[in-house]
Design a protein. Structure first.
Length: 429
């Protein structure tokens, strides 16, 4: 038995014993401060509420806590995970269904320690592993804002998780292995703008929740940072923010990074899929100063580590592509794609992105390309790009073999030189 598995088993036995004794909720795990004996007096002001509204946008809180067509922050949004479905909670000031009975200390504990008012451990679908870095002052501001939204009596839905993931004992084990509450610590060797960007990206923005890889227990691999990760169940790949061949922006101008976060489109790239929703609901509303701070931090991320080449390294072997597949792909491209993207993959400025030399096209993983072909590609509507062009879905008109053929053709034409896409690849959508 591996040491990790043995440690998991021993810890599980300890925690299960605690659960049997009914002490999980009361356990003080990893340095949590106890709540004050009496609720602290909380004084809200219009300025604090407005600040909280802005911070809630920065954290994209409504994105998970508001269903389509539902009441703002009333919860009920299903979040699919490999372990089952977690439903977001009601954050309105309703006394029964929401957080009307919560104090600011209760809210801070949820943000910083991942516990409910009653002390129950929260599921990390609520990204408290990132929110733990949020300051108490910012937590109080968000609390003040949420207290100002209209109360909703929509009851919280019970999660639908498989055993043993539906137990507090399993959560306690997960937390002991994967979570430690800790504040954001500024880097004294970096300017204030960079530190502000680091705080937004790693804390409220919780970018690692998508752009980080996860282990078998669903915990983000923090040591790998923003090196890219597959978004579970949705099957979109959040590209590496450290790799210039994926979504790294070290060689971009700060203005282009700001444009991408604010408008969803920039001269060297655009956003689709889950990131389009982030821009639509969150980053387009941030101040120029905060966007510039995020750009400063993102541009300074180190390149992804590269494996050392063997001593007797030889020239890269040419990629072999089946001639018949390329011919079929060329025909499909001419019929379905060339009108917008050009017969040489050159695109159309201000409307349709070029495919020649496009790093999204040439990424090692074709995951996102397959999703766009199947479900369409849509940029967010923003103040800077209010009527974006979109790409219709072809999942109902192209079968797996045709999707593989056209993507193989695109990834092997006009100077692109990326591996072919197989039918098996296209079935993972």
């Amino acid at each position: 038995m591996k040491l990790r598995h043995l440690a998991w088993l021993l810890l599980a036995l300890v925690v299960l014993g605690a659960a049997a004794a009914g002490t999980i909720v009361a356990m003080n795990l990893r340095g949590e401060d106890p709540l004050p004996a009496q609720a602290e007096a909380f004084q809200s002001t219009p300025q604090l509420v407005e600040r909280g509204r802005y911070l809630a946008l920065a954290g994209n809180c409504a994105g998970c806590h508001t269903t389509r067509g539902g009441e703002p922050y009333a919860g009920g949004m299903p979040i699919e995970t490999p372990f089952g479905t977690v439903y977001s909670s009601n954050l309105t000031p309703d006394d029964k269904a929401g957080i009307g009975g919560w104090s600011s200390a209760h809210f801070w504990r949820a943000m910083h320690n991942g516990r409910s008012k009653e002390g129950r451990l929260l599921y990390p679908a609520f990204p408290y592993p990132s929110f733990t870095q949020v300051t108490r002052e910012d937590s109080d501001a968000i609390y003040a804002y949420l207290r100002s939204v209209p109360p909703s009596a929509v009851p919280n839905r019970e999660h639908r998780l498989r055993f043993p993931y539906d137990t507090q004992a399993a959560l306690a084990v997960w937390r002991a292995l994967s979570f430690k509450p800790e504040p954001f610590v500024a880097n004294a060797g970096k300017p204030a703008e960079w530190n502000r960007g680091a705080y937004l990206v790693s804390g409220l923005g919780h970018c690692i929740a998508c752009h980080g890889s996860r282990n078998s227990l669903g915990a983000t691999e923090t040591k790998l940072g923003l090196s890219g990760g597959l978004i579970a169940v949705e099957n979109w790949y959040a590209p590496s923010l450290t790799d210039p061949h994926e979504a790294g922006v070290a060689d971009w101008s700060a203005a282009d990074v700001v444009a991408l976060l604010k408008n969803g489109v920039a001269p060297r790239g655009s956003v689709m899929g889950p990131m389009a929703d982030v821009v639509f609901r969150s980053t387009q509303y941030l101040s120029e100063a905060d966007l510039a701070a995020m750009a400063s931090y993102l541009k300074d991320l180190p390149d992804a580590p590269k494996a050392e080449a063997p001593a007797a390294a030889t020239a890269k072997a040419p990629i072999r592509r089946d001639a018949g597949t390329m011919a079929r792909g060329a025909k499909i491209y001419d019929q379905r794609c060339a009108y917008c993207h050009g017969d040489q993959g050159q695109g159309a400025a201000g409307a349709y992105p070029p495919l020649a030399g496009n790093r999204a096209v040439n990424m090692a993983r074709p995951t996102n390309l397959i999703q766009v072909i199947a479900h369409g590609g849509f940029l967010p509507s923003t103040a800077g790009n209010p009527r974006p062009y979109g790409m219709p879905p072809f999942g109902q008109t192209l079968d797996a073999a045709e999707v593989a053929a056209v993507l193989t053709y695109v990834r092997g034409s006009w100077g692109n030189d990326s591996p072919p896409v197989t039918q098996l690849d296209t079935m993972r959508r």
